[in-house]
Design a protein around this ligand. Structure first.
Ligand code: ARG
Ligand code: ZN
Length: 881
């Protein structure tokens, strides 16, 4: 199918590097099309390697202009340059200095890996394997070196020159229009953490005093003129730095910490040492242009990248199989940070929604892989929800199993033992086993076995004995390459909600009190007998979502309504409502497919009304309870023979019913939550807006003209993007003149603002109408659309493919055709983003037969295309496999 068929890379093939690099001196003369790169490496044989070996350096799309060993030019015949590297078959026996000169064209770099230009500025992205597009190097994370980088550029074109570490020298190049800066990073690092930036940039700056009293200069650099919008990011950085000192004892280590925002970026952001580079959507914010959700994401991503300084940079990964070692752990840390800055229960609910919406879906399909994969063909395809989000859950389970104090002791041991090194998952887990004096070998299965465990819980009450028995069986379904599995260790936080609604103590017959209320499952099936349990007690299972599992419990609707009213665990209170909704929706999907009339569930409406009436609950939390499962949630819960159209109809019917039955309450809340001062992005104000906007959306769901008018009025009167966007999103669901008028107004109002125009593209791509296909085709031809900008592609085509279930999955296959066409057009420009888009097909096997056949045909059309990138080919082959 494609010309270069990459061989899989296997964890079991890991060998230490033959050569180590002690120092790297780079001299980079920036030029739009002819950037000259001189690299000087001090190499020495690795004492841990097998013996004398060739020097093999990676390269991608570069050619050597000259190669010198210890200052002496090498004959062309003394080294071998290939498309993927440079080999010196007979290097000196001992340490030597290797100098290589290359020339690269940053303007032609549309893959956005290596050195490229974004809005005229120079920037880099080296993770995972982009450094080899700048110069020849052993591009693997276990080769750690001290870097000194001289950057030179035209003073006009790039007045700002930034690198890793501390600035040690700068000046003009005499007799020219050029200037230079020299940056030195004293901390040894792998080359994927290298970065440089050159351009015309403005900055917001501050100083931070660390816990030991050192002063750090902070800078957030953005396109000149947008400095005002960098203020929130800068404050979030300060909060992150303080939190890491307080929560984990981690202090920042350089004199400078810079962040640069760029408009063209493949991912969210990158933790380069001392010089984070961000997708500008995770930096730029003002009340008029950013929603509350944008603010929350900015805070979380700033924290995430900052926290990598310890979990990722000071301690990095031995090889890319260990990616979760830095990503899962750092996501866990940023989740904890956001929980401390905002509402912990609301953050947990939001994180679990993301986990289920992305990771559970990934785990259930052909792209399922372990948190630590053991083979890959293209590592960029493993920056997944499984590595990140499930990786974070695995760390969270360690904390749940060990308790806070022993967990912290394990972290401390990890930081002291592995600082300055490239570590493995085994080494990480060993720190906890040692610090807690416990055996974690079964726990390692969480890293090795893919798939989402399914728990079946059967309850038996013995009123006479006053006991409640929970029979719990765990099953881990087969996943690609893993037909059968071993039982996992599962920390199941339990609550017992007594008949009066209060929590009861948890005691196991013959064992005594259950430590921290956490049952630890270790076997395929086991029974826990709990004593002192009066009749009418309802178990609250997996509180706080203590384990990333699916639970099938024999709780009745009455039990769930009881939990929805009384559970002291806010997560499970929310979960009870979701489970009730999900059961009703799944039943109605079946009814609709059979041609029947949907069931209206007064009990469910009543449960929601009770939550709405509970004034002790925070608005942000109530907003989460009122947000019923998404179409994606329902499809995932159904799991097979999925009909997206029936799911849409069932969900619409429930939304309409809620909008009608709860109208008076929703209307009162909508008025009561009206903003009373100027906009502020803080969590409490954001929560009020969130609830108010959920009320608006439900009020409008039945389509009453008065509610549409309310949304239209909110759209025009809003003084902030959250309310304006929410009103527009509500209007978008109703085929009315108000919708088209608001969409046209929105474009005119924000046409100069790319991040806001992305919202305009995304919203239209998500409209669940048959007309959306033509609308998206039209928008793809809009002058503002471009395949060169990943944010724009994700906004229009990504939103259509990932968030518009009925229209992407059109029965006539036209939605699939549109996405396949885009993947093919994009593959030659930016294979990484094309591959990500192709993952939209990952659930194709779960569809009903007509759509399944159409989706498969789409994947096969991709598979049959000559010269696909390795990125897309890998996704397509695994999806069909
Ligand atoms: N390490 C970055 C993070 O903070 C992600 C970089 C991924 N880049 C890539 N090309 N795959 O999560
Ligand atoms: Zn990360």
């Amino acid at each position: 199918m494609r010309t270069e068929h990459a061989r899989p890379i296997r964890l079991s093939d890991y060998r230490p590097p033959d050569w180590l690099v002690d120092t790297v001196d780079l001299d980079i003369a920036l030029h739009p099309t002819r950037t000259r790169v001189r690299s000087r490496l001090r190499l020495r044989p690795n004492p841990q390697a097998a013996g004398p070996a060739a020097v093999v350096l990676d390269g991608d799309d570069i050619t050597p202009l000259s190669v010198r060993i210890d200052g002496v030019p090498m004959a062309d015949s003394a080294y071998l340059a290939t498309p993927d590297g440079l080999t010196i078959p007979q290097p000196p026996a001992g340490p030597f200095v290797l100098e290589i000169e290359t020339e690269i064209d940053p303007s032609a770099n549309t893959k956005l890996m290596g050195l490229y230009r974004s809005s005229g500025n120079y920037c880099t992205q080296c993770e995972a394997e982009g450094f080899r597009r700048i110069t020849f190097f052993p591009d693997r994370p276990d080769v750690m070196a001290v870097y000194t980088t001289r950057i030179e550029a035209d003073r006009d074109e790039a007045p700002v020159l930034l690198g890793n570490g501390n600035l040690i020298e700068q000046g003009d190049v005499p007799g020219t229009t050029r200037h230079f800066a020299v940056w030195h990073d004293p901390f040894p690092k792998p080359c994927y953490l290298f970065a440089l930036v050159g351009g015309r940039l403005g900055a917001r700056t501050a100083t931070f005093t660390t816990m030991s009293g050192r002063t750090v200069a902070l800078g957030v650099y953005v396109e000149s003129g947008k400095e005002e919008r960098a203020g929130y990011a800068l404050e979030a950085l300060e909060r992150s730095m303080r939190w890491d000192e307080q929560a984990f004892g981690r202090e920042y280590d350089l004199d400078v910490f810079n962040i640069v925002a760029v408009a063209d970026f493949n991912m969210g952001a990158m933790e380069n040492k001392g010089l984070n580079i961000f997708n500008d959507k995770y930096i730029l914010a003002s009340p008029e242009t950013a929603t509350d959700a944008d603010y929350a994401h900015i805070e979380a991503v700033i924290a995430h990248e900052y926290f990598h300084n310890w979990t990722g940079n000071r301690i990095t990964c031995r090889d890319w199989f260990q990616l979760c070692l830095k990503e899962g752990l750092t996501v866990f840390r940023d989740q904890e940070f956001s929980s401390d800055m905002r509402s912990r229960p609301v953050k947990r609910i939001a994180d679990v929604r993301v986990l289920r919406g992305h990771q559970f879906v990934e785990d259930a399909g052909p792209l399922a892989h372990p948190v630590r994969p053991d083979t890959y063909r293209e590592i960029n395809n493993f920056y997944t929800a499984t590595v990140y989000e499930k990786g974070a859950e695995v760390v969270r389970m360690l904390e749940t199993l060990l308790g806070r104090e022993r967990f912290r002791a394990g972290m401390d041991l990890y930081f002291t033992r592995h600082d300055g090194r490239a570590a493995t998952v085994e080494e990480f887990v060993a720190c906890f086993a040692e610090a807690a004096g416990t055996d974690l070998s079964q726990f390692m299965l969480w890293y090795a076995q893919a798939g989402t465990p399914e728990l079946a819980v059967t309850r038996r009450d013995d009123a006479q004995a006053g006991t409640l028995s929970l029979e719990i069986a765990q099953v881990l379904p087969p996943t690609p390459g893993q037909p059968s599995k071993l039982p996992m260790v599962i920390p199941l936080a339990l609550g017992l909600v007594g008949p009066d609604g209060d929590d009861l103590p948890i005691r196991r017959a013959g064992h005594g009190p259950v430590e921290r209320g956490v049952l630890v499952l270790t076997r395929a099936a086991e029974t826990f007998v709990l004593e002192g349990v009066p009749a009418g007690t309802v178990p609250s299972l997996n509180r706080g979502f203590s384990a990333p599992v699916k639970i099938n419990a024999d709780l009745t609707s009455d039990d769930l309504r009881f939990l929805a009213a009384h559970d002291s665990d806010p997560f499970n209170r929310w979960q009870a409502v979701q489970t009730l909704a999900s059961e009703l929706l799944i039943e109605n999907v079946a009814v609709i497919r059979a041609g029947g009339a949907v069931r209206h569930d007064g009990g469910f409406v009543h449960a929601l009304a009770a939550v709405l009436a509970d004034e002790r609950l925070a608005p942000a939390y109530v907003a989460q309870v009122l947000s019923i499962p998404s179409e994606g949630d329902i499809a995932r819960d159904i799991g097979r023979d999925v009909d997206p159209e029936a799911i849409y109809l069932a969900r619409q019917a429930l939304r309409r019913a809620l909008g009608n039955d709860l109208a008076p309450t929703l209307r009162i809340l909508y008025e009561r939550l009206r903003q009373d001062g100027p906009y502020s992005p803080d969590a409490a104000s954001a929560g009020r807006r969130a609830l108010r906007n959920v009320c608006l959306d439900l009020l409008a769901a039945p389509g009453h003209p008065a509610a549409i008018a309310l949304a239209a009025a909110q759209y025009s009167e809003a003084d902030n993007m959250t309310d304006r966007m929410a009103a527009l999103a509500t209007l978008a669901l109703h085929d009315t003149p108000e919708r088209e008028a608001a969409l046209a107004d929105f474009f005119e109002r924000f046409r100069a603002d790319p991040l806001v125009i992305d919202k305009w593209f995304a919203l239209q791509a998500m409209i669940p109408d048959p007309g959306t296909l033509d609308r998206v085709r039209g928008l793809a031809a809009h002058p503002a659309f471009s395949l060169a900008n990943p944010n724009r592609v994700r906004a229009l085509i990504g939103s259509f493919a990932q968030a518009n279930h009925t229209q992407f999955n059109r029965a006539d296959g036209e939605g699939y055709r549109l996405v396949v066409d885009t993947v093919l057009a994009l593959d030659g420009v930016n294979p990484q983003v094309a591959a990500r888009l192709a993952t939209a097909f990952r659930s194709w096997r779960a569809l009903e037969p007509t759509r399944r056949a159409a989706a498969r045909a789409g994947l096969e059309r991709l598979a049959g295309t000559a010269s696909l990138s390795r990125d897309v080919a890998d996704i397509v082959e695994r999806s069909l496999g």
